[in-house]
Ligand binder design. Structure first.
Ligand code: TRP
Length: 375
């Protein structure tokens, strides 16, 4: 059996450097490695609605932003099927069956969902302050999105889900559903593995303010579509080591954003090109720790590297922006192809569940004979 990738993003905003190092960069490498038989990249608009019920227009407007970001990073529709989740209704049908294979208490234990609930609050005016009503303000769809995500993954018989560590509980939930389904109905579904980023700094790139994660609501993101001036300004005001005041002071690199970003982006060749006084990142860190190396110098170095990465992305985005109809055509074709694949899996699932009644000549013949015998 071949190797198949399924992964995706919620279209709630433009994609940023956190997405890039956490998943996009890897996806493009995997796409170009030729190691995979099929690659499906999904714009998860339906999942985005699970926590944006009051703002559907935001989701609708951001589909094109995410698609443009994908194309500008080098995802190639000739090699990867890029599609929109809501255009594959088979996914809903699968989720409806999977819902019977998961308990409420299992959903309650999902750490990513728990964190998201805390972040969003989800308390409604009727339920606020009443402990017996805790959790009652959470939309049912949001609560059950890990089940819908299991449909996304299994509908394409994905073996591999490249994603950040926050998605690990979703893949684990998927594996449990696959086991449960296969043990009840016989071997049908494919069990996926998550493929995590290989570099620790890439697991969760901090925001430019040093906070744990880049997030639109915190305003600490560098977007793939930022201009060179925006990138420069954001790096220049980036959080470093608050104890490193004068150039001579010894500095800390742990928790220092500029160095975390360098961990994620910097290669030895960048030193040769922009900072030949140092052989590699270890040498630069060593000087910073010892004292005598100013933040501005390190920040300028980071800006050069980011420009090397973002320049071509920006260029490709500009080109794609000139042909929005063409981008929608890519999404439409991708969605059709994705739907074909999902429909084939659904066929298998229906057969395994024996709910393909009208094809089941045996069932009809047997019942018919039984009733004729009664006459
Ligand atoms: N949960 C992912 C996110 O928040 C999006 C997503 C939906 C996804 N379905 C998926 C990712 C299936 C990987 C596999 O960005």
């Amino acid at each position: 059996m071949g190797k198949i990738i399924l992964t995706g993003d919620r279209p709630t905003g433009k994609l940023h450097l956190g997405h890039f190092v956490g998943s996009l960069r890897r996806r493009v490498e995997l796409q170009n490695s030729g190691e995979f038989d099929k690659i499906f990249i999904m714009i998860a608009d339906a999942q985005a609605l699970t926590d944006n019920a009051d703002n559907p227009e935001k989701v609708r407007q951001n589909i094109i932003e995410v698609a443009l970001d994908y194309l500008s990073c080098g995802l190639d529709p000739a090699k990867s099927t890029i599609f929109i989740q809501s255009q594959v209704p088979e996914l809903c049908e699968l989720a409806f069956y999977y819902m019977n294979l998961v308990t409420v208490s299992r959903l309650e234990r999902n750490p990513t969902v728990k964190t998201e609930i805390q972040m969003r609050g989800f308390s409604s005016s009727e339920t606020e302050g009443d402990p017996t009503q805790r959790g009652k303000g959470i939309p049912v769809g949001f609560y059950t999105y890990p089940i819908s995500q299991a449909s996304d993954i299994t509908a394409f018989e994905a073996t591999t889900v490249p994603a950040g560590e926050d998605q690990a509980p979703m893949v684990e939930q998927t594996r449990e559903i696959v086991h449960r389904f296969n043990s009840i109905y016989g071997p049908t579904l494919v069990e996926p593995d998550i493929l995590l980023p290989d570099n620790k700094a890439c697991m969760r790139l901090p925001g430019t303010d040093g906070k744990a994660k880049m997030s639109k609501s915190l305003g600490n993101c560098i977007y793939l579509s930022d201009t060179p001036e925006e990138v420069r300004r954001k790096v220049m005001t980036m959080y470093t080591d608050p104890g490193h005041i004068r150039v001579e002071d010894p500095g800390k690199v742990e928790g220092n954003c500029v160095f975390t970003y360098l961990d994620a982006f910097c290669r030895d060749k960048h030193f040769a090109a922009y900072l030949p006084d140092y052989a590699n990142l270890d040498a630069l860190k060593e000087h910073y720790r010892r004292g005598g190396l100013g933040d501005v110098k390190v920040k300028r170095f980071l800006i050069s590297i980011l420009e090397e990465v973002l320049g071509p992305i920006r260029q490709r985005r500009k080109e794609a922006e000139q042909d929005i109809e063409g981008v929608y055509a890519i999404l439409e074709n991708g969605s059709k192809a994705a739907r074909d694949t999902a429909a084939q899996t659904l066929e298998k699932v229906r057969r395994a569940m024996k709910i393909n009644y009208f094809e089941d000549r045996e069932l009809i013949a047997e019942q018919s004979a039984r009733y004729k015998g009664l006459k």
